[in-house]
Ligand binder design. Structure first.
Ligand SMILES: [Zn+2]
Length: 513
């Protein structure tokens, strides 16, 4: 079974087939830059980054374009409120938005065009729509004539009659449901010259102009929040298909993420944001991986509850993965830490520092580990293939972790070469699959080994062999019930920045950061 995507257009899950083989061209609507972005605005960014990562994981080459809306009434209002130029507002919030993306570790867009940089393309597409008979000029405005476009309403499922019946006070329009492609400018507003006089583009047209410019006609995936289905995406379809769509649809798969909700309240930038809804503030409290874990633990189409508790849960969940990876790292690190140690003879009756043996035949534990690996890969894939069910896939990851933990904690478990090998594969697998959710966990595992003779804090750097020697001395002392001496060695190692952990399979050490 391959990947299936829920297509808003047809309201069902469909087999994913790209226009071009192994290549995905994807467009996602970005923010309007008149404020800091909220946790609600962050959802499509994180969701579609996960979609992109998974598509790449299964072998697609992905191009993703996200726009920045820098011409819009809300921006003009904000500039008037503050008594500043409208560029002052857009510059400030574009900078803030790019910083947020950087902190989130999401920056691989093929293009991130701004509406203000697309005026010639926007004028060209509006002219084409007029030439094709789907738009009309009224005063200095240009409107899309929805009655001329038979498919209007196909994405949102709305009927034209109902839309026409809405109240409207714009007398320059033929029909209530007609929407502006170009608006004549009022004094003090940003404006550009056009064949219809000075003015500025309507909001919807920029996405039609940008997607054709950067990705071409018939996109594989178009994404955005569910709140954009109507009117924004309905209008994008009308514009693009009126201009270029004689031979097919503007988009193959329409994907929409659910809203972030605060106890039944819709989070909306235009209604004013509370401080702790602002992504920038949240990123000061939580690492970006925690925010991603919180978001992706719910299926992207479901509403997502926003609360401090949910974020704390996500933090704990992530810590569970990190602590598992560290354990596995320690266990596989033993081999590295014992160069040539296999020849070392321990005094009779003494506990070896580490119960390390050189068996190369797979034993029952490593066979079990490989079984879990196989099962994990299959289950993970089937969850993600089912319309990117990251919530289920994260569950599969936790099941895998507890299964491997159960093996490690088995009283008969001992590290040997074949187990070490299977644990290395386990670690790489968890790291690799975590990357689909945007987690960068590898950096959290390193930093255990120092790099100089004197550590940054001025303490002496010990070589691995010196550490192991001290560990052996400590175990010897414990064996002879000389606990004072054992504690002394532990403290001594601590002063060198080495922490010990006693386990069934032996003593494990790590360097403090
Ligand atoms: Zn858009």
């Amino acid at each position: 079974m391959g990947l299936k995507i829920y297509n808003t257009l047809n309201r069902k899950k469909e087999d994913f087939k790209t226009v071009f083989d192994k290549k995905v061209r994807m467009y996602v609507c970005g923010p309007t830059v008149y404020n800091f972005i909220s946790i609600g605005n962050a959802r499509p960014i994180i969701v579609f980054d996960m979609v992109r990562n998974y598509l790449e994981h299964i072998g697609y080459k992905v191009e993703i374009v996200q726009n920045i809306t820098d011409i819009e009434d809300k921006i003009i209002n904000k500039a008037n409120e503050e008594g500043v130029d409208f560029n002052t507002i857009t510059d400030r919030y574009i900078k803030a938005f790019l910083e947020d993306l950087e902190t989130l570790g999401i920056k691989n867009f093929s293009a991130m065009p701004k509406a203000s940089e697309m005026i010639p393309e926007i004028i060209a597409i509006i002219s084409k729509i007029i030439d094709n008979g789907y738009a009309y000029v009224s005063g200095g405005d240009v409107y899309f004539d929805v009655a001329k476009f038979p498919g209007y309403g196909k994405l949102s499922g709305r009927k034209l009659d109902e839309m026409q019946a809405q109240e409207s006070c714009v007398f320059s329009k033929k029909n209530n449901a007609d929407f502006a492609l170009w608006k004549s400018s009022k004094p003090g507003e940003p404006s550009w010259a056009s064949p219809w006089g000075n003015g500025r583009p309507g909001w919807h047209i920029e996405c039609s102009a940008m997607s054709i410019k950067y990705l071409g006609y018939t996109l594989d995936i178009h994404g955005g929040g569910i709140d954009l289905i109507f009117p924004h995406h309905e209008n994008e379809i009308a514009q693009s298909e009126a201009a270029f769509g004689q031979n097919g649809n503007f988009v193959k798969y329409w994907m929409h993420n659910g809203m972030v909700e605060v106890k039944d309240e819709k989070m909306s930038k235009s209604k004013g944001l509370k401080d702790d809804w602002i992504l920038k503030n949240l990123l000061k409290k939580y690492p970006s991986d925690v925010i991603k874990m919180y978001m992706l633990s719910t299926h992207y189409r479901s509403p997502l509850e926003f609360s401090g508790e949910k974020l704390e849960e996500a933090k704990k969940a992530l810590e569970k993965i990190i602590s598992f990876l560290r354990n596995v790292y320690f266990l596989t690190h033993i081999e590295v830490a014992l160069p040539g140690n296999e020849e070392k003879k321990y005094p009779e009756g003494d506990i070896a520092a580490i119960n390390y043996n050189m068996d190369i035949e797979p034993d029952r534990f490593s066979v079990k580990i490989y079984d879990h690996i196989k099962y994990f890969k299959e289950e993970f894939k089937s969850a993600m293939d089912d319309d990117f069910n990251s919530a289920k896939a994260i569950g599969v990851l936790f099941d895998f972790i507890s299964n491997i933990n159960a093996i490690i904690q088995n009283s008969r478990f001992k590290i040997n070469m074949s187990i070490s090998e299977s644990l290395k594969i386990t670690m790489d697998l968890v790291l690799d699959h975590s990357r689909i959710f945007g987690f960068e966990l590898k950096s959290q595992l390193t930093g255990f080994s120092g790099s100089g003779k004197v550590r940054k804090n001025g303490t002496i750097y010990l070589e691995d062999a010196e550490i192991l020697e001290l560990i052996e001395k400590r175990l010897h002392a414990r064996k002879h019930k000389d606990f004072n001496r054992a504690d002394q060695i532990r403290d001594e190692l601590k002063s060198y920045g080495i922490t010990l952990e006693d386990r069934k399979e032996g003593t494990i050490w790590k360097r403090d950061n």
